[in-house]
Design a protein around this ligand. Structure first.
Ligand code: HEC
Length: 116
């Protein structure tokens, strides 16, 4: 009996550790942030997640996303916040979310299979 109770305590501790909020990018849902919170899918399709770009304007449209984001976080964060450029261009829309949200979006994109 004693042993079983011990195991239960360990299991409970493990469950608590798994469920406890850590206030990090991991607990944020990158897909929801992408499609609903920040509406990145206005302009970007994510073929691997069957998300289409909403805009029909070729001028607004960004490249298809999905797969590992090659740009380093600092550069990308500055770029999407319109505080920096990428290949001499600034982003079409200013990202107003937090670093954690951007990281969660990048993590979600990175979890997808890049499609050619
Ligand atoms: C108003 C249209 C628009 C919106 C909204 C938008 N983007 Fe973009 N984005 C673009 C355009 C245009 C480019 C430049 C062309 C390109 O490289 O995709 C771009 C470029 C990018 C790039 C660089 C792609 C690369 O490989 O060089 C990333 C990453 C990116 N956007 C992420 C996002 C994220 C994340 C969001 C939502 C927070 C977002 N974009 C919202 C239009 C948009």
């Amino acid at each position: 009996m004693k042993l079983n109770a011990g195991i239960l305590v360990v299991l409970a501790a493990l469950a608590a550790a798994t469920l406890a909020p850590t206030a990090s990018a991991e607990e944020l849902d990158g897909k929801t942030l992408f499609t609903e919170t920040h509406k990145c899918n206005m302009c970007h399709a994510v073929p691997a997640a069957e998300i289409e770009a909403k805009t029909t304007s070729e001028k607004m449209k960004g490249s298809d996303l999905g797969g590992k984001v090659e740009v380093d976080f600092k550069t990308l964060a500055a770029y999407v916040r319109k505080a920096g450029e990428l290949d001499g261009e600034s982003h079409k829309k200013e990202f107003k979310g937090t670093d954690e949200e951007l990281q969660a979006i990048i993590d979600w994109l990175g979890s997808l299979e890049a499609q050619e």
